[in-house]
Ligand binder design. Structure first.
Ligand code: HEM
Length: 449
């Protein structure tokens, strides 16, 4: 049996390193530990072993002997989206929430959002000033949140939904600015207790709660059983005893989707813009593929374009937003890839390091979409959305958003990077994001239709 080692630096230093130089943290770990290490930089409450070889990934994701189970989030994270959502529950409740939330985020339902995504992207892009740098994050977040609000509430028009949207942005920015550097989240209660930040945070959270509960109460007076928006599905659900979800469960799930779904997709869109707009050759190939398709009337026809798909995959390979998957708890003694684990330990997979394995991805630091055309990667080799019992329920929607937003901006607007310097990947609310990325919209917007 192999022995797992820790990095030499003390835990507190690793946490700070993961905040300030996330890429440096992973790369330094890999240099001294090519298969696994105790990742003290990720503070989830118990010792956490990080893996990143396909063999270990397969064992963790398949979890054949059921040695691994779901663990909830550290208490501090639940300060944002409560502790009654799909991401913070275990067992039956976790399964029930997944069953309710998945249909609007999958298959035909997602394809129904195609026109909406393109329209919202146009509307946001057209409002941007010409020849002036803009923060990619703000624009991508605006588009993503408008789409999510529509999926969650069935409409984006109502004043109340716009208020919720603006409050979510304030909440996430506040969290990002002050404490959301993930490794420090465990200190959150102290901050929450006695600083202005804590009061502001609670104030915004309460405003979101009040608006959401007002919406729930209003909808109860006129239930429409045919509605398929997320809030209606959560409200219409009955378990085998005929019990509905509680209001808190409904609220926490809405908040979870609006916060995590929005943050991760926004980061992915920004990385995608960064990777494409710094490389004119890739932009040209994409344009060629889109033009060859010829039919612009149906946004869904873009979805399967091979080069577009490869560009999105390569972006998520190089910048897997979450950097590692949600930790699993060890229930009974087990081993993974020859390493012994005890009950109470946690395991996770660094998709950042897995995606940089040279034997899978030659020249891993190069952005080469072709690798996804030349080779099919298995579910243990490419895992931007995790896998198994906790895989991302928003993966299909996220890819759909990435593809349609990119097609719209590349084919119809002339965007360039405001700055030729490489963007520094930073931690934002537990994600790897190009926070400082700026783009410029030139006056001569294209129009291919
Ligand atoms: C590019 C964008 C996104 C990325 C990279 C991403 C990535 C991930 C990853 C790695 C996980 C953990 C999976 C695991 O541990 O096996 C996860 C879980 C989750 N994601 Fe995403 N995600 C994205 C977008 C979204 C969207 C749009 C939504 C919903 C609107 C969403 C909702 C969730 C939820 C609810 C979970 C927890 C599932 C559970 O606990 O069972 N994600 N995501």
């Amino acid at each position: 049996m192999k022995q797992v080692e820790s990095l030499k630096a003390p835990g507190w230093l690793q946490r700070i390193e993961l905040i300030l130089t996330p890429i440096g943290y992973w790369e330094r770990a890999f240099e001294s530990h090519p298969e696994a290490f105790w990742a003290k930089g990720v503070d989830w409450g118990s010792p956490l072993m990080m893996f990143y070889t396909p063999q270990a990934v397969q064992q963790i994701i398949e979890n054949r002997d059921k040695h691994l189970g779901i663990v909830s989030f550290p208490g501090e994270l639940t300060a944002i989206f409560g502790n009654n959502s799909v991401a913070t529950s275990e067992g039956d409740r976790h399964q029930i929430f997944r069953k309710i939330l998945m249909p609007p985020l999958h298959g035909k339902q997602v394809h129904n959002y195609g026109k909406l995504i393109c329209e919202i992207t146009h509307q946001v892009m057209q409002e941007l000033p010409i020849n002036q740098p803009f923060l990619a994050w703000e624009v991508a977040q605006d588009i993503t949140l408008q789409v999510l609000i529509k999926i969650l509430f069935g409409s984006a028009q109502k004043e109340r939904y716009q208020q919720i949207k603006n409050l979510i942005v304030s909440l996430l920015n506040l969290f990002a600015a002050k404490t959301a550097r993930f490794p420090l989240l465990r200190f959150f209660p102290k901050v929450l207790g006695h600083r202005n930040f804590g009061q502001k945070f609670l104030q915004i959270r309460q405003q979101i709660e009040q608006l959401s509960y007002a919406e729930i109460t209003e909808r109860r007076t006129c239930i429409e059983p045919d509605k398929t928006d997320m809030l209606s599905l959560l409200m219409l659900f009955r378990d085998e005893h005929g019990h509905p979800l509680t209001d808190v469960e409904i609220l926490d799930n809405l908040l979870l989707l609006l916060s995590t779904g929005n943050e991760s997709t926004t980061a992915a869109i920004c990385w995608l813009w960064y990777c494409v707009y710094r490389n004119p050759e890739i932009q040209e190939k994409l344009l060629q593929e889109i033009e060859n398709l010829g039919d612009f009337s149906n946004p869904n026809s873009f979805y399967r374009l091979p080069y577009l798909t490869a560009v999105c995959n390569e972006t998520l390979r190089m910048y897997p937003i979450t950097m590692f998957i949600l930790p699993r708890g060890v229930n009974t003694p087990t081993e993974i890839a020859g390493y012994k684990l005890q009950p109470g330990n946690l395991v996770s997979i660094s998709n950042y390091l897995l995606h940089r394995q040279e034997n899978l991805y030659p020249e891993p630091s190069k952005f080469k979409p072709e690798r996804f055309i030349e080779r099919q990667f298995s579910a243990y080799e490419f895992i931007p959305f995790g896998g198994g019992i906790r895989n991302c329920i928003g993966a299909e929607l996220a890819l759909y958003l990435m593809k349609l937003i990119l097609v719209t901006t590349v084919s119809e607007y002339q965007l360039v990077l405001a700055n030729k310097q490489p963007v520094k990947p930073q931690s934002r609310n537990a994600n790897l994001a190009p926070i400082a990325l700026q783009l410029v919209k030139h006056s001569n917007s294209k129009n291919m239709t």
